[in-house]
Design a protein around this ligand. Structure first.
Ligand SMILES: *[C@@H]1O[C@H](CO)[C@@H](O)[C@H](O)[C@H]1NC(C)=O
Ligand SMILES: *[C@@H]1O[C@H](CO)[C@@H](O)[C@H](O)[C@H]1NC(C)=O
Ligand SMILES: *[C@@H]1O[C@H](CO)[C@@H](O)[C@H](O)[C@H]1NC(C)=O
Ligand SMILES: *[C@@H]1O[C@H](CO)[C@@H](O)[C@H](O)[C@H]1NC(C)=O
Length: 476
């Protein structure tokens, strides 16, 4: 029977891909940027909405936060997963009205979340990947642990079966619900605690959608009547566990006036407080447990979805690399990011490039800006492709073109172990492209595209094989 051998082989190869991806890998590069370019130069759009962590975009209300809504949305979206039939999971199905409007998804936090998160997508990843990332960014930047993030989720086009646990349900239902999602009872206790702690910083239970759980608070600092899960509002720590064990918790799902909806009390106590005691005893165990379970949560996807490897930062990463044809010159612009370093350590940064004719060029690069990520854990520094102006360009001979870049950082060659950073110049836009008005009508966009020809034309000169031709296309 050769089958078991094949299965073993397939398993082996899928775990053997350990080396970081080679740039360019457009999808992975886009996910890497969204995941790691959080604040500062070239930052993505989502992190600004959780800076500071109690930021709330949607009203003057106090006591609510975007961060809480994002994490809650990620959990509710995932909670439809069924390990039995492989359906449901983190696929952004909750953005669809049929699912969002269910009573198990009470409140306006889901709609608010997608107003921001949907804007963070691009041609390489969709809403589900952006939602998973929103939860990661919120947790990491509000004092929580670093979380392994993968991409590759597929946006659902239909609602999943219902399945989000609700506070009025009994313990047996909760254990069964988490088991269906793929979590043991111990994991359920921890994940709920982790969810509360991340939500505590940034949220709690709101009166409006949950009048049976939270009374009106009549607190001017909390106009949305949000009962918080513990006392350290806006910082991720294990207080949700210590306060629970010491009996001082204000968690509205433990100490609420209505015992029917005290679901956290039933869940936390369901193993005789063993798990909650260990989480209360050790902030570091709490952090590592939450990191693992949050990663499991966002990786819970429909069974036909294949996630990427964990996205890791590229140590040297070109970005926004653009070639533009201007008369007989190619303009090369872009920036390079040096990960986890600063300007002083980076020293002098240079760039070399190879052309199609065996030639080489080089320039020093201008400092463009700094950036940070993962709650300030990592810093990076950016340089632009020009010796003086970080937003400038380098003029290249059009015939010679360009094949690849290499960088020299503080005297050290960075070229992906000899591969270089490949740049394609087979086609590019011409600067003659334009957007123009016709008699007050709509503005047509004319894109002039330059295509490199590799066909010999007359055969007298090697240079002539790289002729340039233009064509125009007009689109609305
Ligand atoms: C307690 O919660 C349950 C479930 O939501 C509800 O049916 C009941 O009316 C609530 N009791 C009070 C006193 O609010
Ligand atoms: C768990 O701890 C809380 C707070 O100390 C206590 O009120 C509760 O009775 C304990 N539950 C169990 C099952 O031991
Ligand atoms: C391109 O060439 C034209 C004609 O020689 C000239 O007028 C124009 O300034 C050039 N454009 C640039 C950006 O150099
Ligand atoms: C950079 O270019 C200059 C000429 O412009 C050349 O003299 C020098 O050797 C080049 N440096 C490298 C590292 O290729």
């Amino acid at each position: 029977m050769p089958l078991p051998l094949l299965v073993a082989l397939a398993t082996y190869t899928s775990h053997a891909r350990a080396s970081p991806p080679i740039w360019p890998s457009p999808k992975l590069d886009a996910l890497e940027s969204a995941r790691f370019d959080q604040f500062g130069f070239n930052a993505g759009i989502m992190p600004g909405f959780i800076q500071p962590c109690d930021s709330f975009l949607f009203a003057d209300d106090t006591g609510r936060s975007n961060a809480a809504d994002w994490i809650r949305t990620a959990y509710h979206d995932m909670a439809t997963h069924s390990t039995t039939d492989g359906t449901g999971g983190l696929d952004a199905s909750i953005r669809l009205d049929v699912e969002m409007d269910r009573t198990e998804n009470a409140g306006d936090g889901f709609r608010n979340t997608f107003i921001i998160v949907s804007g963070a997508t691009n041609r390489y990843f969709g809403v589900a990947d952006a939602l998973a990332l929103a939860a990661v960014i919120a947790i990491e930047n509000c004092g929580g642990p670093e979380i392994a993030y993968r991409g590759g989720r597929i946006d659902a086009i239909e609602a999943n079966a219902p399945g989000v646990p609700e506070p009025q349900q009994d313990l047996r239902s909760h254990i069964a619900s988490f088991a269906r999602q793929g979590f043991t009872q111990t994991e359920m206790i921890s994940l709920v605690a982790c969810g509360r702690v991340s939500l505590h910083s940034f949220g709690g239970v709101q009166h409006d959608p949950f009048p049976n759980i939270v009374n009106e608070l009549n607190d001017p600092a909390n106009t949305d009547d949000v009962a918080h899960f513990d006392t350290t509002f806006v910082h991720f720590d294990n207080n949700v566990a210590t306060e629970y064990i010491s009996g001082t918790t204000q968690n509205p799902l433990v100490a609420g006036f209505n015992d029917t909806t005290n679901s956290d009390k039933r869940i936390f106590g369901s193993d005789g407080n063993v798990t909650m005691s260990s989480l209360a005893d050790s902030p570091s165990l709490f952090a590592s447990t939450c990191a693992e379970l949050f990663a499991r949560m966002i990786d819970t996807v429909p069974s036909d979805v294949q996630l990427t490897d964990v996205i890791t930062p590229l140590p040297v990463k070109p970005d926004n690399v653009e070639l533009t044809m201007v008369n007989d010159t190619i303009r090369l612009s872009g920036q390079v990011r040096l990960w986890n370093t600063d300007q002083a350590s980076a020293g002098t940064v240079g760039m070399l490039w190879d052309d199609h004719l065996g030639g080489q060029g080089n320039t020093s690069l201008a400092f463009a800006g700094t950036a940070s990520s993962t709650g300030g854990k990592y810093n990076s520094v950016w340089y632009g492709f020009n010796a003086v102006n970080p937003f400038g360009f380098i003029g290249l001979d059009a015939t010679a073109g360009i094949e690849r870049l290499r960088f020299v950082v503080n005297g050290k060659l960075e070229d992906q172990e000899g591969v270089g950073f490949e740049v394609q110049d087979a086609y590019m836009f011409s600067l003659t492209s334009c957007l123009y008005s016709l008699n007050g009508g709509e503005d047509p966009l004319r894109l002039d595209v330059v295509v490199r020809s590799f066909f010999p034309q007359g055969g007298t000169s090697l240079f002539r094989t790289a002729g340039i031709l233009y064509f125009r296309s007009i689109s609305a």
